[in-house]
Design a protein around this ligand. Structure first.
Ligand code: MF3
Ligand code: CO
Length: 252
């Protein structure tokens, strides 16, 4: 069942989203060559807790951190550790905040120091996929309009789209219905309605969309070890527009 959110509930998710935005702003400042992914995780955790929030990922299905830090050919769910970032890496950061039972989820991929033109382009196109998907996330459209927009843009650049992981409804729980695939499939294709809150999250690979999961049971890597990028926003569908809850521009 898709749980629609009323204005008051949306406001609570907005407040959780603002904490998430601040968290990203803090860790983005620190994401330079030499820092470890564990230090970024510690900073994220401290900020969320200081604002009265709860890091949603920590303990979720026994996930051991507040942040996912996926480097280079890691796609998602990289576990923060003592790895030091170096110039040329691309880093995908994924985080979620629960504020008094209302949840927001977002991700971004960024360059550490100077990265290759190919890596720059992959990040740019993946972020464009996210915004093209959001543009389709309007009342009256269907989930597949989002999927199609994301997929077409990635495919037009010859990139691979990850199939095993999807975007999702969010707000009361981290993962709610509906699923938001980044490719065209024959699954449920509900109409988009006022009050739907969605986490749209393209995961796009330089090579094929195939992935492998490491023995830690979390880290997802590209099967061909080509680079991967991930961008995610939590959005709410209003009657006549769509609001990006996890964008700083929404709060200026
Ligand atoms: N942002 C991820 C998602 O949308 C959540 C990471 S899974 C966790 O599914 F275990 F780390 F929480
Ligand atoms: Co998500």
């Amino acid at each position: 069942m898709i749980k629609l959110k009323n204005e008051e509930e949306i406001q609570r998710i907005r407040e959780a989203s603002l904490i998430l935005i601040e968290t990203f702003e803090e860790i983005l400042e620190l994401a330079e060559p030499g820092i470890t992914t564990k230090e970024l995780d510690r900073t994220a955790h401290a900020h969320i807790v200081s604002r009265g929030g709860r890091p949603v990922f920590l303990g979720y299905m026994d996930y051991p951190a507040s942040l996912c830090t996926s480097v280079n050919y890691q796609v998602i769910h990289g576990i923060p550790d003592s790895r030091k970032l170096k110039s040329g890496d691309i880093l995908s950061l994924d985080c979620g905040v629960d504020l008094k039972g209302y949840i927001s989820d977002a991700a971004v991929t960024l360059a550490i120091g100077t990265v290759s033109p190919g890596a720059e382009k992959l990040m740019k196109v993946t972020e464009e996929c996210l915004y093209l998907g959001i543009k389709q996330a309007i009342c009256g459209n269907r989930i597949r309009h989002i999927s199609q927009a994301v997929y077409n843009h990635a495919a037009s650049h010859g990139y691979g789209v990850v199939h095993q992981f999807c975007g999702h409804g969010v707000g009361f729980d981290l993962h709610e219905e509906p699923q938001v695939p980044n490719y065209i499939c024959s699954g449920p294709n509900p109409r988009l309605k006022k009050g739907m809150v969605l986490a749209i999250e393209p995961m796009i690979n330089m090579g094929t969309g195939d992935i492998t999961i490491l023995d830690d049971e979390w880290t997802v890597e590209t099967a061909d070890r080509e680079l991967s990028a991930h961008f995610e926003h939590t959005v709410v569908i209003h009657q006549d527009h769509t609001e990006i809850l996890t964008s700083r521009d929404n709060y200026k």
